[in-house]
Write a protein that binds this ligand. Structure first.
Ligand code: CA
Length: 231
């Protein structure tokens, strides 16, 4: 797989350098710019595989820049992840309505950002789509549908597999039961919300002997989250 090129658009130098450092270490090629004007010329110069765009930029808001980019027929399919310091839900929704493919709220761990970038790249690039997803010793191969834990095969039912695949593609985020139903079963199927709990329990049981059941976390009053960080 070719090395992916990421363009980081962030005016705060320490944050930009921290991001660039983390991405380079994860094997990405990284270019850095501090405003949308330079971002535009970099994109024309050589199209990146993905752009990370900060919300607050000196010459234009990252949101407006994202909107403009997504309106350009030549750039519409260039994936964009927005970085935002604002944690409010409404801002996130606005970010996605502006056309961003995903958003990450500051502060974030470099590996969280890398996971999000890989998830977005997998969605847009069929070659990346086939790549194995790994968290610590837990691996999922989306082509063969094989799951292994510390190189041992893990046997999962079809629903638990889909659930794990969804979780591994969307780490470090809380999903309500309703959202999980929607994303894993699809909106048209009538399934009771407590059915989710049953499948989560089965998934955890399958991962338990390897200790990876700890990745499937209950967030009280909110839903579930897949994370390798403990709460
Ligand atoms: Ca900024």
């Amino acid at each position: 797989m070719a090395v992916k090129n990421i363009l980081v658009v962030e005016d705060e130098k320490p944050i930009r350098e921290m991001i660039a450092f983390g991405l380079r270490r994860a094997g990405f090629e990284v270019r850095e710019v501090a405003d949308t004007r330079s971002a535009r010329s970099e994109v024309v110069n050589r199209r990146p595989d993905l752009m990370l765009v900060d919300w607050m930029l000196p010459d234009m808001s990252g949101l407006e820049f994202t909107r403009q980019t997504k309106r350009d027929p030549n750039l519409r399919d260039l994936p964009i992840i927005m970085l935002t310091a604002r944690a409010e839900e409404s801002d996130k929704v606005v970010g996605l309505e502006g056309g961003a493919d995903d958003y990450v709220t500051k502060p974030f761990a470099p590996r969280e950002l890398v996971a999000r970038i890989n998830a977005v790249l997998r969605r847009v690039d069929p070659q990346v789509e086939g790549s194995v997803i790994t968290f610590e010793g837990l691996s999922l191969d989306p082509i063969s549908h094989r799951v292994t834990a510390d190189r041992q095969p893990v046997t999962l039912g079809p629903t638990e597999y889909r659930m794990l695949e969804f979780f591994m593609n969307h780490p470090d985020r809380v999903y309500s039961r309703e959202q999980l139903l929607d994303r894993i079963w699809g909106g048209n199927v009538y399934v009771e919300e407590r059915t989710i709990d049953v499948h989560v329990r089965r998934l955890r049981k399958a991962l338990e002997e390897f200790g990876y059941d700890r990745f499937v976390q209950t967030v009280r009053g909110a839903g579930y989250r897949f994370s390798i960080k403990s709460e």
